[in-house]
Ligand binder design. Structure first.
Ligand code: S3P
Length: 432
């Protein structure tokens, strides 16, 4: 039987303050770079979610000592040249970031490995990563999908113009380039998240960024360091949108990552009419972070397209829900990448929001939403996709009836404390 969680609120208002869990992209990279580097790395505020735990398991199989206690992680690595041969397949589970970045790392290592994933990940394209890696001399067998067999070895440098704006592809090439002969150059069509570049510098690597071009010279040996992970703005986005939609709401988000390549959601909320203030900001950790305060105000529709898309790609499901409450049309374009996420997010968001009465149509590369529309309750599928599951739960704050969420446990992939935080900030103003 499919697991179902029912969520219902009676005239809620969103109030208070939360500190969302650590950033998923940065947590993966901290484990990866801590394992590539020689010596000790201490990671604080690590995201203790299923995907990031897959990355830890893989490096343990490669002989790296990783002691994880909730959000604290201590890595003691002999350095990647001393990794041991894994004795079984390396399982990436549902995690696209683990799989794609590991392809770059493993190709340039001394070990031979088989990388596998769950059913959803085994249907996601890997050629975007294996094509440039093979140009560097990587030996990867198995085609476009997991499982893939990787024979590690010496790689040569590459100059590569990326056809899709993808931080996963860029990072895989940079990790391979770190161990290749000569200088690897990656040029992006639109700038994607740059956590790999920033963290490589934290670990002592020489890396040069100039606009959409990044260069790295191979043969650099990294030294372990301490990494503090800021809160994940992609997780905060669910409660930022909740605050923006529910009348009378005002909520604060502490220590959230404010990397310019990730904050498209702030621009969208502001353009739609929501008041978003950045109350405090620092960048002493290699990544800017700070406190965000969101206050509800009337919403209007807008067009979301072009260069902003990579900076809010994971927020588009929750933005689609927000758009159902905005006055006028919201057009989302240039987001065909949504079709190859944990599920086809264009098809899934459209079909689930329609069940609640939303006026939403799918296009080849986005969605068109007309608002404002009152939404009813219903039973929504998560498709095993954490961001779809959280979109359904947040919808319950504005629906006239309860929302049932199928396969809700996938939410723990990126936000294990999501339902606790929902209970904390969603205050009911009326008894059942
Ligand atoms: C990620 C990059 C993005 C994003 C994913 C995490 C990363 O994917 O959607 O959730 O950590 O590099 P693409 O690189 O495929 O756009």
């Amino acid at each position: 039987m499919t697991e179902l969680k029912t969520v219902q609120f009676h005239k809620p208002v969103i109030r208070g303050s939360i500190k969302v869990p650590g950033d998923k992209s940065i947590s993966h990279r901290a484990i990866m770079l801590g394992s590539i580097a020689e010596g000790k790395t201490v990671v604080t505020d690590f995201l203790n979610g299923v995907d990031c735990l897959r990355t830890i398991d893989i490096f343990r199989q490669l002989g790296v000592s990783i002691d994880q206690n909730g959000t604290d992680v201590i890595i003691e690595s002999p350095g990647m040249k001393n990794w041991v041969q894994p004795t079984k397949d390396l399982y990436a589970g549902n995690s696209g970031t683990t799989a794609r970045l590991m392809l770059g790392i493993l190709s340039a290592s001394k070990v031979n490995s088989v990388l596998t994933g769950d059913e959803s990940l085994s249907g996601r394209p890997m050629k975007r990563v294996t094509t440039p890696l093979e140009k560097m001399g990587a030996c990867i067998e198995g085609g476009d999908f997991l499982p893939l067999t990787i024979t590690g070895g010496k790689l040569k440098s590459l100059e590569y113009n990326m056809p899709v704006a993808s931080a996963q592809v860029k990072s895989a090439i940079l990790f391979a380039g770190l161990n290749a002969d000569g200088e690897t150059v990656v040029k992006e069509s639109a700038i994607s998240r740059d956590h790999t570049e920033r963290m490589l510098k934290q670990f002592g690597a020489q890396i040069h960024q100039d606009g959409s071009t990044t260069k790295i010279v191979g043969g650099q040996v990294l030294k372990g360091t301490d990494v503090t992970v800021p809160g994940d703005i992609s997780s905060a986005a669910f409660f930022m949108v909740a605050t923006a939609m529910v009348e009378g709401s005002c909520c604060e988000f502490k220590d959230v990552g404010l990397n310019p390549t990730r904050i498209g959601i702030i621009e969208v909320l502001r353009t739609m009419g929501t008041k978003v203030e950045i109350v405090e900001q620092t960048s002493d950790l290699g990544e800017p972070y700070g406190t965000i305060r969101v206050s509800q105000a009337p919403l209007r529709g807008m067009e979301i397209s072009g260069e902003i898309i990579p900076t809010l790609i994971d927020e588009l499901p929750i933005i689609a829900l927000l758009a159902t409450q905005a006055d006028g049309k919201t057009i989302i374009k240039d987001a065909a990448e949504l079709r190859v996420k944990e599920t086809d997010r264009i098809a899934a968001v459209t079909s689930e929001l329609k069940k609640l009465g939303a006026k939403i149509e799918a296009t080849a590369d986005g969605m068109i939403i007309e608002g404002p529309t009152p939404l009813t309750g219903g039973i929504l599928k998560s498709y095993g996709d954490h961001r779809l599951g959280m979109m359904a739960a947040i919808a319950s704050l504005i629906t006239t009836g309860p929302i049932g969420i199928e396969e809700h446990s996938c939410i723990s992939i990126s936000y294990p404390t999501f339902f606790e935080h929902l209970e904390t900030v969603a205050l009911e103003t009326e008894e059942e």
